[in-house]
Each structure stands twice: as structure tokens, then as C-alpha cells.
Design a protein around this ligand. Structure first.
Ligand code: GTP
Ligand code: ZN
Length: 189
């Protein structure tokens, strides 16, 4: 359930509280705009992102699949301002169970579009894939810049936070992990 009028009310209160006039021409439609924006930015709360993995098809490929540089926009749950970055999602299918590549990007976005922590986001993506595809292993790397660290607070623009979640064979097998990392960082170093 998404309560647009309640957000409008709240945004109007924030505008008043910062000493603005919510009735001036430029701001009069702002509460409604912000409410609609939040509906979009937090749309992940209205879905179970794992559902994107319910369509599985069969392909005899038991080698690494990596979708890298999946753009993500999420909202830091501490300050409600964005963190922006990329996810790299890698898995090794088992018993020919693969998913559509776009579904991995949908999965990332489903978990990103909600108040989030980067660590939790990374873990949720990996666990969803383990759950639905039962692959030999999953490795997810997320790199992001947190605006709460750039535009306010410590004001450390350009700092990148990197998190990873490693499951199954990637945990046990150092060479699989190294191979995935090599492919993720290829062209970057
Ligand atoms: N671990 C983790 N921390 C985060 C994430 N996003 C924001 N933070 C941190 O959450 C912390 C919240 O710290 P608090 O001391 O409660 O809040 P604050 O006074 O606004 O902190 P400063 O940002 O240091 O000014 C900050 O250190 C943020 O950098 C995240 O995705 N993961
Ligand atoms: Zn923050």
C-alpha cells in the first residue's frame, strides 16, 4: 500500500519546517511531485524481486554467467538520499537452470528501489539467486557512491564502497572466485 496523500502532507510540512513557503508558485506542486517520485523510487517495496526469477529455462551451460555494470540507484535508509553505483552478478548454473539476463537486472533494481543498506542489497541479490536457481555458486559485487558521504556529513566525494556476497562454489574455490573477479575488473585496472 502506497499512501500518496500522506507523503504530500509530510513534504508540505518539511517545506514549512525549513522556512519555505509551500504555497509559492514554484513549490505548490512539489509535494505531489515528490510523492509520485517516492512511489517510483521505492517501488521495490511493492514487489517480491525473487519473482523475476520464476521463469527459468533450460540450457546445458554449467559455466560462469556474469552480467556486469548493472546500473543501480538506491536510497540510503539512514538519510533517505541516493547511493548510486553498479552491481556485477555472477553465477554458475546447475542442472541447466538459467534465467533471462534481463531478470538479473530486474532483481537488482527490485532490491535497490527501497530504503536500503549496501551490504543488505548485496546479500539479498545473492540469496535470491541461490534460492530460485540453486546454482553451483553466486558472486555479487556492488560498488557505489553514497551521497550521504559526498554532499553532507564527512563530505568525501568520490569515495566508493565495494561490497560482495559469495555463495556456494565461489566460497570454497579460490580459482573460481579469482576468475569471476578478473572478469568483473577486466578493462578497469
Ligand atoms: N554500513 C553502511 N553504512 C552506511 C550505508 N549508508 C550510509 N551508511 C552510514 O551510516 C552511518 C550513520 O551514522 P550516524 O552516526 O547514525 O549518522 P550521522 O550522524 O548522519 O553520520 P555521518 O554520516 O557520519 O554524519 C554513517 O556512517 C553512514 O556513512 C550503507 O549502505 N552501509
Ligand atoms: Zn546515508
Amino acid at each position: 500500500m502506497f499512501d500518496l496523500p500522506k507523503i504530500e502532507q509530510a513534504v508540505r510540512m518539511i517545506l514549512e519546517a525549513i522556512g519555505e513557503d509551500p504555497d509559492r508558485e514554484g513549490l505548490v506542486e512539489t509535494p505531489a511531485r515528490v510523492a509520485k517520485m517516492y512511489q517510483e523510487v521505492f517501488a521495490g517495496l511493492q514487489e517480491d524481486p525473487q519473482e523475476h526469477l520464476s521463469k527459468i529455462f533450460s540450457e546445458e551451460h554449467e559455466e560462469m554467467v556474469l552480467v556486469k555494470d548493472i546500473r543501480l540507484y538506491s536510497m540510503c535508509e539512514h538519510h533517505l538520499i541516493p547511493f548510486i553505483g553498479k552491481a556485477h552478478v555472477c553465477y554458475i548454473p546447475r542442472n541447466g537452470k538459467v534465467t533471462g539476463l534481463s531478470k538479473l537486472a530486474r532483481l537488482v533494481n527490485g532490491y535497490a528501489r527501497r530504503p536500503q543498506l549496501q551490504e543488505r542489497l548485496t546479500k539479498q541479490i545473492a540469496d535470491a539467486i541461490m534460492n530460485r536457481l540453486n546454482p553451483y555458486g553466486v558472486m555479487v559485487v556492488v560498488e557505489a557512491e553514497h551521497l550521504c558521504m559526498s554532499m553532507r556529513g564527512v563530505r568525501s566525494p568520490g569515495a566508493t564502497t565495494v561490497t560482495s556476497a559469495v555463495r556456494g562454489i565461489f566460497k570454497k574455490n579460490e580459482s573460481s572466485r579469482a576468475e569471476a573477479l578478473r572478469l568483473i575488473t577486466k578493462g578497469k585496472l
